[in-house]
Design a protein around this ligand. Sequence first.
Ligand SMILES: [Zn+2]
Length: 445
Amino acid sequence: MMPPARDDEVVFRGGTILTIDPQHRVVAGDVACVGGAIVHVGGAYTPRTRDFTIVDCTGCIVMPGLVQAHVHTCQTLARGRADDMELLDWLRTVVWPYEASLDEPALTASAELACAELLLGGTTAILDMGTVHHTDAVFAAAERSGIRATIGKAMMDAPDPQIPAGLRESTRTSLDDSARLIGRWHGAAGGRLRYAYAPRFVLSCTDELLREVGVEARARGVGIHTHASENRGEIALVRERFGKDNITVLDELGLLGPHCCIAHGIHLSADERRLLAARGAHICHCPSSNLKLASGICDVPELVAAGISVALGADGAPCNNNLDGFAELRLAALLHKPRSGPRALPAPEVVRMATLGGAAALGLTDQIGSLELGKRGDVIAVDLTALHTVPTASPWSAIAYAARSSDVRHVAVDGTIVVRDGALHTLEVTRVRERARAAALKLFR
Ligand SMILES: [Zn+2]
């Protein structure tokens, strides 16, 4: 199946609209997109052309699509293969050998499965870390699926004997392959696809590579996506190598800035928090992954209080085990209350994190993350007729605490409808399922 031609004029009719605009306005009526851009929010809309599509949103909350600022679509075939382990064992015994064995067809199957799950669940944009090889296949799958994706190949040039030979690369190869991918994909599909350098974490990279990434990302105007301070063992190894903490190391090597998104940031000192805030770097909070890998609980209220921009993400299928943006949203809203009190991260703040916070982490607040005139038409309609959302006292409460990804009825990216009435239009779900099952069987035989 080919990506659908852009619907010229689409009207999401008759919903309750959570705009996520600066005033947090909730309005009734229509959201309309022309040529992929939002031209109308709230009240009744009269189509401008004859060739328009009306999408019925009666009984729905219409809102910006969820943005997940940390996922690994390359890992989806390892769902359920690495349960009940902590991070470093999880990487060394399952995830790295799995990634090393991925060929292009398997990576395609994995990325298509992820993109289909994400879109059907109302996630319209992702920041994705690939594996070391075959990143073109991930981009191609994202392109076909219709999702908005900023993707980077994982960079792993450290002379670490624990890294399988199939993933180890030279500093030069890592930088050259990244540059080639930027040339081919950054800005492709009408700007829907973008590149971000993805040094996996400090421990998988040489100083030379990290320093070059800092320089190249600024020179080329692309983002940086990495992991840091996820696990106490990781932090101890970073201290052993540098005599410093993770965030200080990243800063001294020139990686921190508003173009940098760091996954996890669980074990941070107050000094590291101040440094992140001063540099405008983003933290992507991945609560399910942090719990499942027993990594810890990120101090999100403290990060927010320090002025750090926080986004949400599901991480990968082997550490979650879903890519469900609504599950992460609910968990993020609940997780911090026992420690910080019931008013910590109220519903509107977490919904904003899951949308505009993600847009900020992707460097795309001028394009997505809220329903405002001139932004791109990344729109979802969440059906509130299922019994677990009835009655709806507040749309913020419904989205943060009650709604599920299975309540997502319609999804558009860039003004193009990719899910309608719960059915994915871009990829054939039956085929995606069969290919994923077959590829996983072959890989884990
Ligand atoms: Zn990750």
